[in-house]
Design a protein around this ligand. Sequence first.
Ligand SMILES: [Ca+2]
Ligand SMILES: [Ca+2]
Length: 110
Amino acid sequence: MNLLRALPALLSLAFAQESEEAQGPPDFDELMSQVDTDKDGKMSWSEVLDIFEGPEHVEQQYMEAFAECDKDDDLLISREELPTFFDKMHSILQEEDKKMGTKPSGKEDL
Ligand SMILES: [Ca+2]
Ligand SMILES: [Ca+2]
C-alpha cells in the first residue's frame, strides 16, 4: 500500500538501532539528517511532508503531532523535539496499520 510509503522506512531506520542495542536510543541524528533537506538542523513541516505520502486524515494527525511536539513554537522540530514527534508518528502509524490491515497493495477507501 502507498500509505506512509517513506515513513516506515525512516521509522525502521530510527528504531533499528534500538533492537540491536537493547538500551540504545534510536538514531535520531541520522533520521534528522535524512529529513532535514535544507540542513538547518531542524525539521519543518514541509520537510516532513516531503517524505510523507498518505491520506489526508493521517496528514492531519501528523500535523497535530507536529504542533504538539513543537514546544517552543518556532514551527520547527528540533533535535530535542524529534524523539517525541517520532514517538507520536509511530503511534499514529500503528493505529493506521491496525485499521488498514496488512493488505500488500490496493487502495484504501478515500
Ligand atoms: Ca530543515
Ligand atoms: Ca520547535
